[in-house]
Design a protein around this ligand. Structure first.
Ligand SMILES: Nc1ncnc2c1ncn2[C@@H]1O[C@H](COP(=O)(O)OP(=O)(O)OP(=O)(O)O)[C@@H](O)[C@H]1O
Length: 348
């Protein structure tokens, strides 16, 4: 049984890159508003500034932009920045929110000249909406269907020029015709520790807190290359400093808070470690199927697959093979375990 259920709940998905409601509320204040304020992603920043400057110089709306990359790296932030840089209003929607072509037709027909339409999780758009979007992106036109059945007629409606900014965590799932309609795709990468330190220093400044260099370094190192996680850990360090410490965001406060939330020096939390431990100890390093592994740690397979595995794979602690999940030698080493010397193990 957990000793502190409340604390465990808080700590449970502390390192998930996806946002929860608490994050959304806290993030609004921390978002950079201009491209010049956006930290890291030098290639994307350079490409974007070229596209936006050229559009501004020509007095035209910029080409449609696709932002591809894992959650929490700043795609929504960049969409807001694009709108601010071209002085356009930002309209927000998401693939799952657009269930029918009619939903998209309503959004499109309300757009004004120069608007930026942000479509989060664009790979999850329903097929008919996707097809409507092709036409809107290419010809700035939408066919509004009036009536039903054999008497239905499509009335073409021309749209003002606008820019679609699509965000996707799975660009491979995007059908080629949709991908081709974006003038440029920005591939977002995980942030370096130094970049995350800058993100943290900026966030602390905005929160009116003084963050010691050594504390920033410690938090950055454990943030999985993701600004959202860095900002979330910063808030937990602030909590600790205020309630149990001296108020100072120093190295001791960072270390103590990270210990309370069981975030280790690689940025793994308890759930990550229990998945690794199950794989190493109960399944002898694997291969083990996703569902079997999830049951062993009492989690949903989807949580293990989307929250835990990507980072373990990226860190070289786990491999996904056609036969199942396999722990690497590094996983055994991290847990202080001796790998079984078993011939036929996939990581041998
Ligand atoms: N380059 C950056 N500089 C400073 N802060 C950043 C940067 N990128 C992201 N952040 C911060 O990280 C948080 C998450 O960013 P954002 O919501 O834009 O990510 P996202 O990629 O859209 O994630 P999701 O797809 O899950 O919504 C925000 O608080 C934002 O301020």
């Amino acid at each position: 049984m957990a000793e502190h259920p409340e604390q465990d709940k808080l700590g449970e998905h502390l390192l998930a890159a996806e946002a929860d409601e608490l994050d959304r509320a806290a993030e609004a204040a921390l978002r950079p508003r201009r491209l010049a304020e956006f930290i890291g992603q030098p290639v994307v920043r350079d490409q974007l500034s070229l596209v936006l400057d050229a559009a501004n110089a020509r007095g035209r709306t910029p080409d449609h932009v696709l932002l591809a990359g894992p959650p929490g790296l700043g795609k929504t932030t960049l969409a807001m920045i694009i709108a601010a840089e071209v002085d356009g209003a930002l309209r927000l929607t998401s693939g799952p929110a657009v269930q029918h072509a009619g939903d998209l037709a309503a959004i499109l027909s309300a757009l004004q000249e120069g608007d930026v339409l942000f479509i989060d999780e664009i790979h999850r758009l329903a097929r008919p909406a996707e097809e409507m979007l092709y036409l809107a992106m290419e010809d700035f036109r939408v066919d509004v269907v009036v009536g039903k059945g054999p008497g239905a007629t499509a009335i073409p409606l021309s749209l003002p020029r606008f820019t679609v900014v699509g965000a996707t965590t799975r660009s491979g799932l995007l059908p080629a015709p949709l991908r081709d309609r974006f003038g440029f795709t920005a591939h977002m990468d995980f942030y370096s520790t130094a970049e995350l330190e800058s993100v943290l220093r900026r966030s602390a400044r905005l929160l009116g807190a003084e963050l010691a260099e050594s504390a920033a370094a410690e938090i950055a190192k454990r943030s999985r290359g993701t600004p959202r996680i860095a900002n979330r850990l910063l808030r937990r360090v602030q909590d600790w400093a205020q309630v149990r410490g001296t108020g100072a965001l120093d190295h001791a406060a960072a270390m103590a808070a990270l210990k309370v939330f069981e975030v280790d020096e690689l940025g793994l939390d308890r759930l990550d470690r229990s998945v690794m431990r199950a794989l190493c100890e109960r399944f002898n390093g694997g291969p083990a199927g996703l569902t079997t592994l999830a049951v062993a740690v009492g989690e949903e397979p989807e949580t293990v697959e989307t929250v835990v595995e990507p980072f373990l794979v990226r860190e070289g602690l786990m491999a996904r093979t056609p036969r199942g999940r396999v722990a690497t030698a590094a996983a055994f080493a991290h847990l202080g375990l001796t790998p079984p010397n078993q011939s036929g193990m996939l990581w041998d």
